[in-house]
Design a protein around this ligand. Sequence first.
Ligand SMILES: Nc1ncnc2c1ncn2[C@@H]1O[C@H](COP(=O)(O)OP(=O)(O)OP(=O)(O)O)[C@@H](O)[C@H]1O
Ligand SMILES: [Mg+2]
Length: 369
Amino acid sequence: MVDQPLKENQILEVLRTVKDPDLHRDIVSLGFIKNLEIKNGTVKFDIVLTTPACPVKDQLKEECESKIRNLPGVSNVQVTMKAQVKGREGFEKAAVLPGVRNIIAVASGKGGVGKSTVTANLALALRKTGAMVGLLDCDVYGPSMPLMFGLVGKKPGVTEDQKILPLEAHGIRLMSIGFLTGENTPVIWRGPMVHQMIQQFLTRVAWGELDYLLLDLPPGTGDTQLTLTQSAPLSGAVIVTTPQEVSLIDARKGLQMFWKVNVPVLGVIENMSYFVCPDCGKVSEIFKAHGGEKLTQELKVPLIGQIPIDPQITETGDQGTPIVAARPESQTAKIYQMIAGAIAAQMSIVHMKDKETSAPVHIQWKVKQ
Ligand SMILES: Nc1ncnc2c1ncn2[C@@H]1O[C@H](COP(=O)(O)OP(=O)(O)OP(=O)(O)O)[C@@H](O)[C@H]1O
Ligand SMILES: [Mg+2]
């Protein structure tokens, strides 16, 4: 009993040698160690990460366990991995979406590069780690989410205080113009209508508490993007591109749009990067331009992942259960899972930088209620 304070110090000293590889800091100074208890040779503590999607979760746990086990007098180590997702410094003051900790926009310069498919699967991958996830389909011209989540024809409910209740599928809270207008109604919104619609989604939807709200944007840098960057406290953006040079030019424009309004670009996802022959396993790079790689090198943002061309992606998406939910064991689902982890890690890096500089990006979002 007399040694207990000393032992606690000893434990913390050892844990200080364990570094989070993304944040480049030790897990003690990052404040990850909680509820440390030492009793009769048993050492118990929680590691509270900044995201349940942390890609190195298992590695950190193992490293801690083995280092503590090697200490003299320790007979048993019990480490519990937990996570508490935080929002960006200063963002909690935003009146818009107060229960949503991180709003991440998925954008592209060019149409049809796979944004909606990527967004749906990333939402599912984040959910699978235990995070609370919402998805807002911001494509008022061509909403994809009703089909991808098997919700065609479904209508959202309304709360007592007249807010729209998001629909839920596969554990994801969803909102889309498609739920309000019906499948076959042509949506010809002019600029001002788009603005109004997006503002309604931001203020009139009862999202509740969410760790991540993903925004599926229409292509380009039009009215929707303008409204969102002005009205929503975006925590970060992810750019989807295909390897062809032609879409690269547009991706660059998309990326610069976020920079202009100080929204950090968490990285670039290259979609349809290669094809794996289902018979012989041979990998073919159909488009040899390596667009994603070139873009990230040129603009110094991380290439967070490359997704193969996989017919099962389309098949599962069209059937209302995207591949991460329908075939979680497939190689493609694992790639989405890895990308989700990398995005969550990038988001945590942004949070840490906010804290270090104690200068959150300028806050300019204002929404008329
Ligand atoms: N990696 C992939 N392999 C095979 N098919 C894919 C892949 N990614 C997306 N697709 C398919 O490509 C088509 C376009 O994808 P999606 O609708 O996600 O693109 P988008 O960028 O959201 O398009 P838009 O700009 O029109 O919103 C869909 O049929 C989808 O199933
Ligand atoms: Mg889309």
